[in-house]
Design a protein around this ligand. Structure first.
Ligand code: GLV
Ligand code: MN
Ligand code: MN
Ligand code: MN
Length: 428
């Protein structure tokens, strides 16, 4: 028989800030580029070591650990009504080239620490609590964002696509996964899918990756919605040739086609009339890449997002039309125009945001409701579970660069809010 628990004992939740900071620092050393930058690419040696580090911490916290076919890692603390759908929390630990050490990481290490403080406080969960480390939130290696959570949410398209996906070194997804000890059979990928209702709630702790909380000296952001991301791959092909000998009227320069399209992306985004529309050309490659050779091939990858899905789709359509007309005007071939993903936005669930707001009030922390302009695994978990997110301030809003920084005091606040929110959701 379990007495209804008072949550008062939870208000003094004491986070072990020293060991949490040590874990963050130690994980950051598992990187393919020198500090302060972090680069941790899916299924690389460093990623495998980092996964081991996380599984070990989960074990030390008394969680039972399970991994699925693509390496999503689950650590479960059984509740006293284990047949109820569990409450889950988590994030990612992969890091784009030359990024920082907090993006994703605090949502994994912070979640494990939240479990530790709940255990120490004597709390007994009713619903089981589960910490999830998602595989490849970042699109770095295979060009697909939120790979693990997309599959968890049941994306058949992705399961099929992965059978023919290779990285830039022509290593197949399956060979890469095997290197890390996963996905031995093709049919494995559908085994990753989770049914809707597998969790009663999912909540992710993350740095804001924007400047608002810091500027306003607010401790916690309660996320109400996640903006809609999309990404596009484009290839142009021309005849190339000698940079001295081929006269200007005779050229069909694939590099200039790419440059023109990059500027067009900026123009279309600005034309949307909303500050919420953004577009970035983060990858632009020219072949053969010699100063005295007219580019015969160019490759662009375009990221565009908006909180308003329709407005973002207008931008995508304009980019497509522009790619077609540039190709015609310049006499270059548009050999690929591929929309890699075109995802809708996601809304947080009131029940979860309300639990987080009460947690902030009880812990005497200032908070504000806000949208997430970055995407997260939460965007996909929202397809199978009620979803919420907790943001903490980060220095000047810096992210996806080595200067990314979050103060341990702010991380600790986030962990306490997460722990109390998990406790509430577990008893709900
Ligand atoms: C994820 O890292 C994003 O680009 O929002
Ligand atoms: Mn990121
Ligand atoms: Mn992230
Ligand atoms: Mn992200």
């Amino acid at each position: 028989i379990h007495e209804p628990q008072s949550q008062d004992s939870l208000l003094s939740l004491s986070v072990d800030s020293e060991s949490l900071q040590k874990q963050i620092d130690e994980l950051s050393t598992l990187s393919d580029t020198p500090a302060p930058s972090v680069t941790r690419i899916l299924y690389s040696e460093k990623d495998v070591l980092a996964r081991r580090f996380i599984k070990n911490l989960m074990g030390l916290s008394g969680l039972s650990v399970r991994e699925d076919a693509v390496g999503n890692i689950f650590g479960r603390w059984d509740g006293y009504e284990p047949e109820l759908a569990p409450v889950s929390t988590g994030s990612h630990i992969d890091a784009i080239p030359y990024s920082g050490k907090y993006d994703g990481v605090i949502g994994v290490l912070g979640a494990i620490e939240a479990i530790n403080v709940l255990k120490e406080s004597g709390f007994k969960p009713k619903r089981s609590l589960e910490v999830i480390m998602f595989t490849s939130e970042e699109p770095t290696r295979f060009g697909i964002s939120c790979l693990g959570s997309r599959l968890l949410a049941g994306s058949k398209e992705l399961a099929e696509l992965l059978e023919r996906t290779v990285d830039s070194q022509n290593i197949s997804f399956f060979d890469a996964a095997k290197f890390a000890g996963y996905a031995n059979h093709l049919e494995d990928l559908t085994s990753v899918f989770l049914k809707k209702g597998s969790y009663s709630a999912f909540i992710e702790l993350h740095i804001e990756q924007g400047p608002i909380l810091e500027e306003e000296a607010t401790s916690i952001g309660v996320v109400t919605a996640i903006a809609a991301p999309a990404s596009i791959k484009v290839d142009f092909e021309g005849n190339g040739g000698h940079a001295g000998a081929v006269l200007m009227p005779m050229r069909n320069d694939a590099g200039l086609a790419a440059a023109e399209l990059a500027l067009a992306v900026e123009k279309f985004v600005l034309e949307s009339g909303s500050i919420d529309t953004v577009g970035t050309v983060g990858i632009l490659e020219l072949h053969p890449g010699a100063i005295n050779s007219i580019p015969s091939k160019s490759h662009l990858e375009i990221d565009t997002r908006d909180i308003d899905e329709k407005r973002r789709n207008v931008v995508i359509e304009k980019i497509h039309q522009s790619a077609l007309s540039i190709s015609e005007n310049r006499g270059v071939k548009l050999s690929e125009f591929k929309i890699v993903n075109q995802d809708p936005p996601a809304l947080s669930e009131d029940l979860i945001t309300m639990a987080t707001e009460s947690a902030c009030q009880e812990l005497n922390l200032t908070y504000k409701k806000m949208i997430s302009r970055a995407y997260h695994d939460s965007l996909f978990m929202a397809r199978i579970s009620p979803m919420g997110m907790i943001f903490i301030p980060c220095y000047k809003g810096y992210s996806h660069k080595p200067e990314e920084f979050a103060a341990i005091e702010d991380i600790v606040n986030g962990v306490r809010v997460l722990a109390l929110t998990l406790a509430k959701l577990s008893l709900a």
